[in-house]
Design a protein around this ligand. Sequence first.
Ligand SMILES: [Zn+2]
Ligand SMILES: [Zn+2]
Length: 348
Amino acid sequence: MKAIVKTAPGPGNLAYTDFKDPDLQPGQVVIEVQATGLCGTDLSLYNWAESMVRQFKPKPPMVMGHEFAGVVAHVGAGVTGLRVGDRVTANPMIYCGECYYCKAGRHSICDHRPQLGLGLNGCFARFIAVRQENVYPLPPETSFEAAAMSEVLCVALHTLDRIPVGPGDTVAVVGAGPMGFLVLLAAQAAGASRLVMTGLKADGDRLNVAKSLGAHTIVVDGTDPAEAVRDLTRGLGADVVFECAGHPSGVPQALSLARKGGRIGVLGQGYADSSFNTAILSYREVELIGVRSYDPKVWHRSYDVLASRQFPLEALITHRLPLEDAARGIELMKSKQGLKIMFTTDWA
Ligand SMILES: [Zn+2]
Ligand SMILES: [Zn+2]
């Protein structure tokens, strides 16, 4: 089959090439991919970022990609409840189900959680094999492209499980990438009264999308974002801040935006150390809360979220490219030109 393959360790080393079809193991299904999204983590794998390599232990040559939707093409022995032709998406995190954290329902911090497309072969290909329990059927009216955003949607749902928001809250999102937008939409769906997104001048088009979704936007180069948020909040600051940039300046900026007693969700997986004086946590009783991926519970809930169309997911797709143009997609993402870049496939 054709696939986008990370061919060797080190930065770059990407090719659209032939790759062996996945082996179908008992308990698995093979899914024919119909739409697949490009994610910041894919960019980290492409760049061979040290923290990413340490975390997921990729072993090239391997197929990249972990956000997708498609159609069941083959069903392995022992699989029940899934049939050839079913429209599905899948949780790419292969949590172990056995460790202390899985047993406590904290699958997101499972001790053994290899991930499709980051450590195991992924979905930038015609076919991907996935174990049955990670496969979720789609509502009939949901498009493959919207469904291919289930993974980021589930991160956002899990984020709000960790850090609930509601009416009366001002929610600020640091970082105008796809993850920031999903969290923004989740906060909006949860009833937050005011939404703010901060970004860079280079994020121009992305911030326009945020405006169109009803958020206040702040360009941080040349302005003091903390002052801008205080101006919007009677001098208080944001009740909740979500750090979705993963840049070393992200958490310090989030701390400057939060009101006293505020909560900060840290989703960004920074590639470098971040520095701030921890006394601020004491003086201001701010809570700094780590958030990672999702658990099966939010994947089950995502069916109804997709069916309800509460999240205008398709509005976040700025580029649709054929899978063989993945390298161009990565360049677009690097230069912050795109928001969600979706690869479409035509296997006919
Ligand atoms: Zn992702
Ligand atoms: Zn586990």
